[in-house]
Design a protein around this ligand. Structure first.
Ligand SMILES: Nc1ncnc2c1ncn2[C@@H]1O[C@H](COP(=O)(O)OP(=O)(O)OP(=O)(O)O)[C@@H](O)[C@H]1O
Ligand SMILES: [Mg+2]
Length: 295
């Protein structure tokens, strides 16, 4: 896969997000959680950057910090050159229409009391943008759902269909960036493939970039032009998908790759096993985040 433009839609530099422990957690001796420490990368127009990493490595915090749902402790998020932390009120709200999000669980991310039409038009309602029925039909068509779906409720749909509804909602304001947090993890493997195919087709039809988080390196590799590997709040490896998969540089990436099953049993048995967290040199460990620093 290649990208068609080098213009950075999103530029993240030195992004750090730390969480203060609650008073109760402090009493138990908990310190500041350095969920994200100094992450930097750029995302080009129509590019997909896949982010992998173990549970707790900071993937969701990265997405939430970019979307403005968490307040970063340090660093910058620039969208088409504009520093989002400098925008206030209506400007910030308007700017955020260029980004949307799809969450992991289509069972909890859609309000069961809303019809599909209400769900999809919610972002437009918040931004006070009209959403005519013809546009709803078009959005449903883009995610391959019939127009009649709009008067039904989310519980009447399967997990894959619900995720299509969530994608239609994410497309509603014609964003330039869609952030997807484990969008297929809750789905069966065959449905996963359908949703990944849909996302790929949508990117070909429109000028949208994806920042795509998943646990599963195989799923990420399927959709992404480049892959970033998170470990301990840092992006320890970032490269093209073939670089990261073909010649992983960081020991944690090597470990992740060795955990991906290969369909051929002989090749699977012959695969090197590096599941030991045996970091070859101290240099490959992420530098620890500064302790106690919170803004
Ligand atoms: N609001 C919060 N308050 C305190 N700690 C938090 C908060 N949100 C996240 N964390 C901590 O930050 C770290 C990173 O969490 P995050 O949810 O970003 O990980 P993740 O990589 O998305 O994990 P998973 O793959 O399980 O979704 C974890 O140690 C988590 O407990
Ligand atoms: Mg997460």
């Amino acid at each position: 896969m290649t990208t068609t433009s080098t213009e950075a839609v999103l530029a993240v530099s030195g992004l750090a997000t730390h969480f203060k422990p609650s008073r109760r957690a402090r009493r138990r001796g908990a310190g500041v959680v350095h969920a994200l420490c100094g992450v930097s990368f750029e995302l080009a127009e129509r590019e997909t950057l896949g982010v992998v990493g173990e549970s707790g490595s900071g993937k969701t915090t990265l997405l939430r910090s970019i979307l403005g749902l968490e307040r970063p402790t340090a660093g910058h998020v620039r969208f088409s050159g504009t520093d989002l932390s400098q925008l206030r009120g209506a400007d910030a709200r308007r700017f955020r229409t260029h980004m949307s999000v799809v969450f992991q669980d289509p069972y909890t991310s859609l309000d069961p009391r809303m019809t599909v039409a209400d769900v999809i038009s919610e972002p437009a309602r918040i931004q006070r943008v009209p959403m005519p029925t013809s546009r709803l039909v078009e959005l449903l068509d883009q995610v391959r759902l019939p127009a009649a779906s709009m008067d039904r409720f989310p519980h009447e749909f399967s997990g894959g269909q619900r995720q299509r509804i969530a994608i239609a909602r994410a497309l509603a304001l014609d964003p330039r960036l869609i952030v997807l947090d484990e969008p297929v993890s809750a789905l069966d493997v065959s449905v996963q493939a359908e949703i990944l195919g849909l996302l790929r087709d949508l990117q070909e039809q429109r000028s949208v970039s994806y920042l795509f988080v998943a646990h599963d390196l195989a799923v990420v590799a399927d959709l992404s032009h480049r892959v970033g590997v998170m470990f301990g709040g840092q992006m320890v490896e970032l490269g093209t998908t073939s670089q990261v998969i073909g010649s992983p540089h960081h020991p944690y990436t090597q470990e992740l790759l060795s955990a991906v099953p290969i369909p051929d049993p002989r090749a699977e048995r012959a695969k090197p096993r590096t599941l030991t967290r045996a970091w070859p040199t101290d240099d490959s460990r992420p530098a620890p985040c500064p302790v106690g620093e919170i803004l």
